[in-house]
Design a protein around this ligand. Structure first.
Ligand code: ZN
Ligand code: ZN
Length: 345
């Protein structure tokens, strides 16, 4: 009869054998990458974890915000956009929502077409200018690119509408958001980590790092990833940054891709500076970003649509123009479009 001691010893050895095997496996952090936290969340490449004390949040959002402005809408031609299969065009619908047409593909970024950037329909940052196109006027969407889960980028009602009326659309999201989109009814959702790519309908899409954060509920800070996207076809190369503070990530992106024909770059939501600078670049940094990325042209996003922060809503393009002039860059190299304006590239 075996003694209890030898049975325990045998069990210990068995456990140790398995433990030694498991210890050979790379830990989650090292197997994946430096931006993965041990607890399954995410962090930025070039700044420590963003964890603002509540007192700072209160101080940053105290006081009265500048007035909500309404900008004039441009007229566009949904019929022409729908018929277009050859020209490269870009239409700024508002905030970070862009319709990009390349190589016959209709690509929509961070689609937001409702009244508020908020979990609620009755309170939260309100839209000052209507979307530059109606949802129902969009051409058939092939690709939806999503940068992160903040309410000004990821809108519940818009996604429900798109899932129902554009079931052919393939949604590309950063890590942690696939189930959210599946739950809204999209059949095709692909999740990617930073630097991971996927080829779809002849376009190479890559999730790229941005300096930002994520949160949608009370207890889910940085539990899903944030990112930008690049889209490369045979003759055009595009970068979409979503939301980002200025960081060395831009140089890393340039080093990987060698530059872009067009980059959609955020220029607004930067005040108060002491609070916002880690996660929202200002217009001067946006100009540096254009240069760091090696982009031939920029398109200004993340301004003029929702009243999110404390700079006047018409200030970002003014400061952008000044910064462009000071850097000797032609103003048209960083396009500031009207809501709804289409440019043929
Ligand atoms: Zn954001
Ligand atoms: Zn944003």
């Amino acid at each position: 009869m075996r003694s209890k001691f030898s049975e325990n010893r045998r069990q210990f050895l068995r456990w140790a054998w398995w433990a030694s095997l498991i210890s050979l496996l790379p830990s989650k952090a090292s197997a994946q990458s430096a931006w993965h936290d041990q607890d399954g969340g995410f962090r930025n490449n070039y700044i420590p974890a963003i964890d603002k004390p509540l007192a700072d949040v209160r101080r940053a959002f105290a006081g009265e915000r500048p007035p909500l402005l309404n900008f004039p809408l441009a007229t566009n031609s949904p019929e022409q956009l729908r018929a277009n299969k050859t020209q490269t065009t870009v239409t700024w619908i508002g905030h970070c929502t862009i319709l990009l047409q390349i190589q016959g593909l209709n690509i929509l970024t961070d689609p937001h077409f409702t009244e508020r950037a908020s979990p609620f329909t009755f309170v939260g940052p309100k839209r000052g200018t209507p979307p530059g196109m109606r949802l129902d006027d969009l051409p058939p969407i092939d690709i939806i690119l999503v940068s992160h889960n903040h309410y000004d980028h990821l809108d519940f009602a818009t996604q429900l509408h798109l899932a129902k009326h554009s079931p052919q659309a393939h949604v590309f999201v950063p890590l942690g958001l696939k189930q959210w989109f599946k739950g809204k009814g999209f059949a095709q959702v692909t999740e990617r980590d930073w630097w991971e790519e996927v080829t779809y309908k002849g376009a190479r899409l890559t999730a790229i790092p941005t300096q930002h954060w994520s949160r949608r509920g009370l207890l889910d800070s940085n539990k899903t990833l944030w990112c930008g996207w690049t889209v490369q076809t045979d003759d055009f190369s595009f970068a979409f940054l979503g939301d980002s503070g200025y960081s060395k990530d831009y140089i890393d992106i340039k080093n990987k891709f060698g530059g872009f024909d067009l980059a959609a770059i955020p220029i607004g939501a930067y005040a108060p500076r002491w609070f916002m600078q880690d996660v929202h670049q200002n217009p001067e940094e946006a100009v540096q970003c254009l240069q760091d990325l090696g982009a031939r042209r920029g398109l200004a996003t993340h301004w003029g649509t929702f009243q999110l922060t404390f700079e006047p809503m018409d200030e970002p393009p003014q400061r952008l123009a000044t910064a462009m002039t000071e850097n000797g860059i032609p103003l048209d190299d960083f396009m500031v479009l009207k809501h709804g304006e289409t440019r043929i590239l």
